[in-house]
Every structure is written in C-alpha cells, then in structure tokens.
Design a protein around this ligand. Sequence first.
Ligand SMILES: Nc1ncnc2c1ncn2[C@@H]1O[C@H](COP(=O)(O)OP(=O)(O)OP(=O)(O)O)[C@@H](O)[C@H]1O
Ligand SMILES: [Mg+2]
Length: 368
Amino acid sequence: MPNLQEQIAGVLAGVRNPRTGADVVAAEMVRDIATTVDGKVRLTLLLGANDDATLVRDVRQAIEAIPGVADVRVDVRDPAQAHAAPTPSRRSLPVMEAAPAPKAPPKVPEPVHYPNLGRIIAVSSGKGGVGKSTVAVNLAIALAKQGKRVGIMDADIYGPNLPLMLGVDAAPAVRDDKIIPLEAHGVKVISIGFLIERDQPAIWRGPIVMKIITQFLRDVQWGQLDYFLVDMPPGTGDAQLSLVQATQVHAAVIVTTPQQVAVGDALRGVKMFERTAVPVLGIVENMSYFENPETGKPIAVFGSGGGARLAEECGLPLLGQIPLDPRIQEGGDSGRPIVVAEPASKAAKELEAVAVRIMERIAERYPS
Ligand SMILES: Nc1ncnc2c1ncn2[C@@H]1O[C@H](COP(=O)(O)OP(=O)(O)OP(=O)(O)O)[C@@H](O)[C@H]1O
Ligand SMILES: [Mg+2]
C-alpha cells in the first residue's frame, strides 16, 4: 500500500488545470505536501493570476477522498513569489536558527570530507517500509558490540524513525555551537525527529534537506567514529542526492524484501548509487521467510529468492537474509532493537553476521 504522500501525489495527478490541460503535479503547481500520522494534510498550491480558483477546491476534494485523510489545508501562493522558503516548524535550536534561508536555484556544493566520521555508510532502499531503519539501527548496535565507535543519523524528514526505534527522544543540547548527539545502546544518534514536534508536519524540501544533512554531518559533536550510518528515506530523491553532494559516502547497503516489486525498486536504488560513484557493498534481504514455530521450517511469506536474484543481476553479494520475526517489530516499537532484546534469535544473529560482512568488505575496499 502506497504511503499517504504517494497517494496524494497519485490523486493530484488526476486534477487538471482547465487553463492549460496539464495536471497540477506535472505542471509543478503543488509544493510542500506535508502529512501527519493522524491524517492531516497541508500543501501549497501555486495559483497564477489567470488560473481558475476552483482548482483549490478540486485539489482539496481529491485529497479529502483518500481514506484516512482527516483534514486538508491548501495554502495558495502566487507562483511569482514561490521562491521564498517555507518556515519550518521546529524546536528552537540555536544552530538551526542560524541557518540562512535557502535561495533557489541551490548551488551544488563540493562534497566535504569529515575524517572524524570514519566510514560513511548509507542504508537505502528503493521501496518504503522494507526495513531500512530496522536494519540500520540493528547494524549500528551490532557494530558497537564489536567494539566500534558508531554514529547513526536519519535523513528521513518525512518519517524519522530513529527516536522510537532507539528509545530516545529529547531535544539535544547545544554547546559551543555544536549539537550534542544522544546515545542509545552504545550508539551516538541524531535524528530530525529530535528537532521537530511529533505531530507537526515536516515541510522541508530540497535545499532544506541539504541544509539539515550538512548540519548533522558538520555541526554535531560526533567525536571520532569508526562507522557512520545514514538511515535514508525510501526512493532515490532529494535526500540521496543531498547526502552524496554533502560528503563522500564510502558505501551503500541496499535493503529489499523478496517480492518482485521491492526488488525492481531496489535495483533503481543500486543504479542511483552507482551513478553517483558510491560503491554498493551488497544487498540485505529483509522479511525473507517466517520460521514455522512448530516445525522450524521456513515459510516464504513474500516469495523467495528476490534478494539473491537482485544480487546476482547487479554482481553484488547477498549480505544476509533476515527472517520475518514479530520480535523485530516489538523491538523497534519499544526502543530495544532485536540485537539487544533477543540476541540469541536467528534474526539478531543474522544481523550481527551482516555487520561483520560489512566491516570486512569496507576493510577490503578501504585498507588503512
Ligand atoms: N524482519 C522483520 N520482521 C518483522 N517486522 C519487521 C522486520 N523488518 C522490519 N519490520 C517492521 O516493519 C516495519 C517497517 O520497517 P522499517 O520502519 O524499518 O522500514 P523502512 O524501510 O525504514 O520504512 P520507511 O521507508 O518508512 O522509512 C516496522 O514496523 C518494523 O518493525
Ligand atoms: Mg525508515
């Protein structure tokens, strides 16, 4: 099931501007779609002087018809003034406040090297909900258990999951113009979720994503790390591009589930990193199978072999197959990821094995 943002984009692609005949998405009349978990939707509609005002109603009605949508607010703006930056809702953090408003078009910056972060690893996927955040969090903890110094940040402004999954949620302190990361299970963590109120939509896009990613890399007191994991949002959008523009990403790990559609999306994810010259270390197949508790036999809930096929097609190793295990979800919801809560489980052992394979492959690629 597509997420709410995708559903909104889908219905809006059916709303046509009678003046031009083009749909409002293709015509780039819609900006800053923000959603909350309780179904509130807010967006900006760029309505030109000659455009029919009934478009506002059409847009609203199209979105209201989506099941689960509770409230729709359409902010109408003049396209001539559309370059002004939106004002993000956030807890006031001095470092964030100091950020100047971005101007369009954004300059493409030179990637900056941050030697204190160690090896920077993006955990990515083409499709949403396949378990990127789960894998990223458990890998980070598994690496820390190996005695490594590990940091993790999320680059997912629409659905920051790290605070819940790691059981930490507080506005981080700021000292000497540096944000002090929080710490959970031996891992330093910073999340956009620490900076925004839980029920407020994140209406940040493009240049602002870049700004936040840069701040997380540069303005957080990470100290010296061995590995720095980045939990990416799904897809191949702003955040992926911003991250590789902001710094040298040493490696990417692509998470997929076994189904064909997830695999197809994951392939696009692999290609995107290859285009940006980020080496993909391999594929992690998540929700690979469910172990029948009575017989111990694996049941292929989402089909089988997708991760292996993708790995073969791309000439990449399959780094691991993580079983579907309800304790993974419980761990994610309770702030005690499975490698902490149930280290003896098959899923935890496989995640720890993936962490070791990642360390080995990074060491091969970047001997030092
Ligand atoms: N192997 C697994 N077994 C059982 N539940 C899992 C497993 N992997 C992930 N989950 C659950 O599936 C849900 C989605 O996982 P997660 O949030 O990690 O995905 P994601 O790819 O980061 O999603 P998004 O694209 O929204 O960022 C979560 O509730 C998580 O606890
Ligand atoms: Mg996620």
